[in-house]
Design a protein around this ligand. Structure first.
Ligand code: GMT
Length: 377
């Protein structure tokens, strides 16, 4: 099979869709394909210097007439340039808004028949697809794609219900790099973060958006604390951070809740953690749950969206309903106080990572899809 030239459009900053886009690109590059990232800045897990990976920056001047600089148009313009200059075989777009629309426009500008694969990651459909100001645009971007993938069956079903697209949607699960996400022992990190040897550690990692329901996590943690000595690690940054800091202060939990900010040492942080807690009201997949699983950390999470496809209740974690703060606390305690259950869930998790979310298999699924759309053309 000939090697492909693939244009990748994604959000380069913190976020699961950007992580998947860069990990997938890295693995495709290892298979000999040529990757061209067309983004506003260098993706944060971008492998600079790899001979098969290239970066094409999208820039736009802030002219006085623009109330909002038209980034989406500048992106389309750059996509058109790269399609022509690099003779791309296909575009792989991560997150429909605005990327799928910019890809359609860029393709049109270049007068090209290049195939476009759009991967839906979640809120591009579950929130933006419900917003009357954007719904038609999301549908347009999706329908202009040659083929669409969703990161879970749940997201595929929700997309069919909400958008009823005219194009084929396939489910391809997210994956992690199994060489990076491994159990790591890091006692010095515990010291560094002020965690005592005897304390249990709960961890939550996210972009601190409202959908993550972090106040529910803090309330559950307070109940856990009544039974065991513990610390809660809140890893990440985002719009809700200030509110959560206030809540933690009101609940007088400052000595027990550690805000780490953005971190790059996830395996080490997971290595000192006993349970991952995730109380989202919307979650198409929950990449951090998979990262935790690969590092040997069972999860307590909500039974919504794609989470039940990642966490099997009573197998590699526990599921609770949204807002069930007490039940989440009890489930955390069951894992923190029962070593044998913890270790069974941990082992089950390793098996699930290896079988259901095996990166080599998933990358091959994407590769087959790439050839399918290119050959269709
Ligand atoms: O919508 C977001 O919260 C951002 C987005 C992202 O870029 O990380 O998250 C979505 O994509 C991830 C990667 O596929 C999934 O793991 C997340 O579950 C999904 N977020 C939501 O559905 C809320």
């Amino acid at each position: 099979m000939r090697k492909l030239k693939i244009g990748v459009i994604c959000y380069p900053s913190l976020g699961g869709s950007g992580v998947v886009a860069t990990e997938l690109g890295a693995m495709m590059a290892e298979k000999g394909h040529e990757l061209h990232y067309i983004t506003s800045s260098m993706p944060f897990r971008f492998i600079d210097g790899h001979p098969n990976i290239h970066f094409h920056e999208v820039t736009i001047e802030g002219y006085a007439v623009f109330k909002y600089p038209p980034y989406d148009i500048a992106l389309a313009n750059r996509i058109a340039q790269v399609i022509e200059a690099k003779n791309l075989d296909l575009l792989h777009v991560h997150y429909a808004m605005p990327h799928a629309v910019s890809a359609a426009l860029g393709k049109d500008m270049a007068e090209s028949d290049i195939p476009v694969i759009t991967t839906l990651h979640g809120t591009d459909v579950t929130i933006l697809g419900r917003d009357s100001a954007l719904r038609n645009t999301v549908r347009y971007g999706v329908n202009k794609s040659t083929l669409v993938t969703a990161v879970s069956e749940s997201l595929k079903t929700e997309t069919l219900e909400l958008i009823n697209p005219t194009v084929d949607i396939r489910t391809i699960y997210n994956f992690i790099d199994e060489n990076t996400y491994i159990p790591v022992e890091s006692e010095s990190l515990k010291n560094e973060l002020g965690i005592l040897e005897t304390e249990k550690v709960l961890i939550h990692i996210s972009n601190f958006r409202e959908v993550k329901k972090i106040p529910d996590i803090v309330k559950s943690f307070q109940l856990v604390l009544q039974e065991v000595d513990a610390k809660l690690l809140l890893v990440g940054e985002g719009p809700e951070k200030e509110n959560i800091e206030k809540l933690v202060a009101e609940m007088k939990l400052e000595d027990h809740v550690i805000f780490t900010g953005k971190r790059t040492d996830m395996p080490a942080l997971l290595g000192i953690s006993d349970v991952m807690i995730h109380m989202s009201e919307k979650e198409a997949f929950g990449l951090v749950l998979l990262e935790a699983m690969a590092c040997g950390v069972p999860s307590v999470a909500t039974n919504i969206g794609g989470i039940p496809e990642v966490i099997e209740d009573g197998v590699n974690g526990f599921l609770v309903s949204v807002g069930e703060v007490e039940s989440a606390a009890q489930k955390c305690l069951q894992l923190l106080q029962d070593e044998s259950r913890h270790s069974t869930f941990r082992e089950n998790g390793f098996k699930i990572v290896n079988e259901k979310f095996n990166s080599a298999n998933i990358v091959t699924e994407y590769e087959q899809l790439y050839y399918e759309v290119v050959n269709r053309k």
